[in-house]
Write a protein that binds this ligand. Structure first.
Ligand code: AQP
Length: 340
């Protein structure tokens, strides 16, 4: 990795197939960020098992996701790309961090509270896995293991970055040295929040139970057309951007503008005279045109096994850095007992 460039670390949880929301809110930014930063990107499969997920589903999510990272334009010569569970150093660091974190800190995390309430409500279960509680320390390990300067996050993850900073600062004080770099969160330069097609006041999510609510990056053109045609809009018939009063139409305009690399104002001007049917056709065609080359590349990568070689090479690079850092941490904490 190049010394002077900022290091940026980010991952996407393997809880489903990548959606257009993940592409616009995360991957599209990664492609830009890899130009001027040391970019480290992973498939968060350890985070994915903090809530129950079937074995076959998880397996297929992981491989699809990593192949899609490459197919979307992540470059193995510019970014380090790997699957989280392949970097064994991570779970050791996570344990060390847990020993420097209080139960109170973890149980106060909003996301833990929200997710556990949701699990109880939706599944009627009292079985709230401890992994859900310790999710933020695993995330802290993802970040601190590579001395990340910046972590691109949405609002819901900001609290986890604050906790990461607190743990890092606490350990730096405890061991009287700059053992960990304090990371900062940042809002990526391009993108936007893409909303659920059936409930446009809610974020589009890959783990939604309603397939019509999201576009998968591997959806076929006819499926994309059907899903966009069935997207919820409103009855006023005017093309205007107003997320509060016209969330459905505004969401379609955001998708169109981001994928065309134009401003929302330009999108509204361009589509001003369209009715909703024409708007949806235009948005669907834009999505299809964006995803077509990605899907072609994805199928090539999967077909000729190139993806396995890319995964191995990415893992090797990540583990080299992780091992160096973990050795320093273990020396500092006193775990490396052979060292004089
Ligand atoms: N709808 C979205 N619009 C814009 N950005 C989005 N991201 C996710 N959904 C949208 C961005 O994708 C990255 C990875 O997110 P994640 O999978 O780790 O967690 P998430 O934000 O909870 O994503 P999902 O798809 O909604 O997953 P599930 O369904 O498992 O909760 C993040 O950078 C996020 O901002």
């Amino acid at each position: 990795m190049e010394g002077k460039k900022p290091t940026i670390v980010s991952g996407i949880t393997a809880t489903g197939q990548l959606t257009l929301g993940n592409y616009i809110g995360a991957i599209k930014n990664f492609i830009e960020l890899q130009k001027d930063n040391n970019l480290i990107i992973f498939v968060a499969n350890l985070h994915a098992i903090t809530i129950p997920i079937g074995k076959e589903e998880l397996r297929s999510n992981i491989k699809n996701m990593i192949a899609l990272y490459y197919a979307c334009g992540l470059d193995p010569n510019k970014a380090i790309i790997y699957v989280q569970s392949d970097v064994l150093e991570l779970t050791q660091l996570s344990h060390i961090l847990l020993c420097n974190t209080t139960v109170g800190e973890l149980s106060r995390m909003t996301q833990f509270k929200d997710k556990s309430i949701k699990m109880k409500a939706e599944n009627g279960t009292e079985f709230i896995p401890t992994g859900l509680l310790t999710y933020p320390t695993l995330m802290a390990a993802d970040i601190l293991l590579y001395d990340a300067d910046l972590v691109p996050v949405g609002k819901d993850q900001k609290q986890h970055i604050e906790l990461t900073r607190n743990i890092a600062e606490r350990m730096n004080n405890r061991y009287q040295q700059e053992l960990f770099k304090l990371p900062n969160d940042f809002i990526p330069p391009v993108g936007g929040k893409i909303m659920d097609l059936q409930n446009p006041t809610k974020k589009m999510s890959k783990s939604s139970n309603d397939p019509k609510s999201f576009i998968e990056l591997l959806d076929a053109p006819d499926i994309i057309r059907k899903k966009i045609r069935s997207a919820i809009t409103d009855s006023d018939g005017k093309i205007a951007y107003n997320p509060e009063q016209k969330p459905g139409v505004s969401n379609l305009l955001t998708i169109y503008a981001v994928l065309k690399n134009i401003t929302i104002e330009t999108a509204v001007k361009t589509l001003n005279n369209y009715d909703y049917g024409q708007l949806k056709e235009e948005v669907a065609s834009t999505i299809i045109a964006t995803l077509e080359p990605i899907q072609i590349k994805y199928h090539q990568l999967i077909k000729d096994d190139t993806i396995d070689q890319l995964i191995d090479a990415g893992t090797e690079k990540a583990r080299y850095l992780a091992n160096k850092k973990l050795t320093k941490i273990k020396n500092t904490v006193g775990l490396n007992y052979k060292r004089k």
